[in-house]
Design a protein around this ligand. Structure first.
Ligand SMILES: [Zn+2]
Length: 217
């Protein structure tokens, strides 16, 4: 926080989704602007008291992992002696983290703790720094099974002749915006299934297709 104050506005601490949206807008104008999020590796920082979550929240912390290099009273660590799962207190920690919208970071967590958090979490989770066993097979890295199971892509849809017809009809409206066949295929699926479409491409905001188009950044 002191660092942010001393930066003359050049460094911003993000504490809410509104802060993030404002920062991203300002960053468009000033590309030198940088932002950060206060995070803690290991919930042993709570000194055994879940009430301390509120203290850290007020201090600006918005992300925390259950454990760091050793098992603690919240959950197990990938480097821990027993690599345990979430404890009862750990389950309450998940509930209280989610109630405050503090991000749960599964970096360093033991495999069982990751499974236990995934089973009860209702908000998006983060693994802020990790690797995959397919590249380096050790305790710390995630198995590909998790990657597959928790990939944001949970269902694939075939590109049908109906989608092809819709995609073709979109050429006139989308060519000037630089959209590709892949982009039109995505939009065609949204139109055919009446599903909202999510994109990182801001030019899609200018499309009038009768479906919800959400720009994610
Ligand atoms: Zn770390």
């Amino acid at each position: 926080m002191n660092f942010a104050r001393g930066s003359g506005g050049g460094f911003v601490v993000i504490k809410s989704s509104t802060d993030l949206a404002t920062y991203l807008q300002r960053q468009q104008v000033n590309g030198k602007l940088t932002a950060g999020l206060l995070s803690i590796e290991g919930a042993h920082a709570l000194d055994g008291k879940l009430e301390n979550l509120e203290v850290l929240y007020r201090a600006g912390y918005r992300m925390m992992s259950p454990s760091h290099f050793f098992d603690n009273d919240i959950g197990g660590s990938a480097a821990g002696a027993h690599k345990t799962g979430l404890t009862e207190k750990g389950r309450e920690w998940v509930r209280q983290m989610e109630a405050r919208h503090v991000i749960i970071d599964l970096a360093h967590a033991a495999a069982q703790t990751i499974e236990d958090v995934l089973a009860i979490a209702s908000r998006p989770l983060v693994v802020s720094h990790t690797g995959v066993k397919g590249t380096c097979d050790n305790n710390r890295n995630l198995s590909e099974a998790w990657e597959d199971a928790h990939s944001p892509i949970s269902e694939g849809a075939p590109f049908t002749s109906e989608h092809a017809r819709i995609a073709g009809s979109l050429v006139g409206q989308t060519r000037s915006l630089g959209l590709s066949l892949g982009d039109r295929a995505c939009l065609a699926l949204g139109i055919a299934t009446r599903a909202p479409v999510y994109t990182a491409d801001r030019s899609w905001k200018n499309l009038k297709l009768g479906i919800g188009i959400h720009v994610i950044r």
